[in-house]
Design a protein around this ligand. Structure first.
Ligand code: KG4
Ligand code: ZN
Length: 334
């Protein structure tokens, strides 16, 4: 079965073809980072318009890379939410239009389910059950995953997402957009023990997170002080160490609480090298394993949408029809 995956929930237009037999056979991606950089964040209307401009050429590009034809597609999958309403509608409308033209079904996929299942594209792939840490710009969640579609929420952030904290702290430090990768780069030159930032909720029981206080602590540390090159790197390194400590501590707690040994990390912040190596060490220490998606699939892409759809719908459903998007959508109700 050949599935076309379409991702347009935020600022990446991602198209990919996943074949149940051959795996990922074609991928095409356009990032709107340059488009939004001048504004320091994603401008929803600009994002929607750019998705419209890119979606057809990217579909052609993914098809050309795969050596397949439009008529070979059995199932069309698009991100139906959560995300920016206008951006989601571009992918949904394109998918449904193509489905009608080809006489194939179109299905809406939960964006976080795409992230959550993408580590299964790596080799070796984890077996169920596992604990999943979902860390993106919009979400920070710990889930117990017992199978495809069987997700139990164990904990989540009460305020900012981890990626959002990276992005906001980067802005405070005058680093370029997007903040996460820029801050990680800066942190690599700094001393993680230079500033003693708080580890929010790490000492309290439970699996919830809170990152907004950490950003405020950074604000107090830098306000009114000249930020030389080294000081900036030290703040970045100390901030990153605090986030990594909290994420790592809560992952270990989730594994212990559920009596599991496999941890899967998904979402944009999963690209962070410091987080990766700390989680690998922590899991090995407990005799467990950590699984990451291939780095290019950590951030938003079409492959995770095509792959999640192929697992959810091993047999394409009948027909297409009315559709909607869900800018807000609880994963456990997906
Ligand atoms: O999953 P994703 O591409 O989009 C969302 O669905 O949010 O995640 C983007 C987030 C951004 O906040 C970005 O700053 C963060 O992931 N990110 C990183 C790194 N690469 C991306 N954060 C820390 N370190 C990184 N290397
Ligand atoms: Zn995402």
């Amino acid at each position: 079965m050949l599935t076309l995956g379409i991702e347009t929930s935020c600022d990446e237009t991602g198209l990919a073809l996943y074949d149940t037999e051959a795996g990922l056979v074609g991928e095409a991606l356009h990032s709107q980072v340059a488009l939004h950089a001048a504004y320091g964040g994603v401008v929803p209307e600009l994002a929607s318009r750019d998705h419209i401009r890119r979606i057809v050429p990217l579909t052609r590009q993914a098809l050309a890379a795969s050596g397949r034809q439009l008529a070979d597609i059995d199932l069309i999958a698009y991100t139906a939410g959560p995300g920016l309403a206008g951006a989601l509608l571009v992918g949904a409308a394109f998918a449904q239009g193509l489905a009608l033209a080809l006489g194939r079904p179109a299905v809406g996929i939960h964006h976080l389910e795409g992230h959550l299942l993408s580590p299964l594209l790596a080799r070796p792939a984890p077996d169920f059950p596992f604990i999943a840490l979902l860390v993106s710009g919009g979400h920070t969640q710990l889930l117990r995953v017992d199978g495809v579609g069987r997700y139990a929420l164990l904990g989540e952030t009460a305020d900012d997402a981890a990626g959002e904290a990276f992005d906001k702290t980067a802005t405070l430090l005058g680093l370029p957009y997007p903040g996460g990768p820029a801050l990680a780069l800066e942190a690599a030159r700094g001393n993680p023990r230079a500033y003693d930032f708080p580890r929010p909720l790490l000492a309290s029981p439970g699996l919830d997170f809170s990152f907004s206080g950490l950003k405020t602590a950074v604000l107090h540390a830098v306000r009114g002080r000249p930020m030389g090159e080294q000081a900036r790197a030290d703040v970045a390194a100390s901030f990153q160490a605090a986030v990594v400590d909290v994420l790592c501590g809560k992952c270990v707690r989730a594994l212990e609480q559920e009596g599991l040994s496999r941890l899967v990390v998904a979402g944009g912040v999963g690209a962070n090298q410091s987080l990766r190596s700390r989680l690998v060490d922590a899991a090995r220490h407990r005799g467990g394993e950590v699984y990451f998606p291939p780095p290019r699939l950590c951030t938003d892409n079409g492959a995770m949408v095509a792959f999640a759809a192929s697992l959810r719908f091993p047999r394409p459903p009948e027909g297409t029809g009315a559709f909607s998007v869900r800018p807000r959508w609880d994963l456990t109700s997906a």
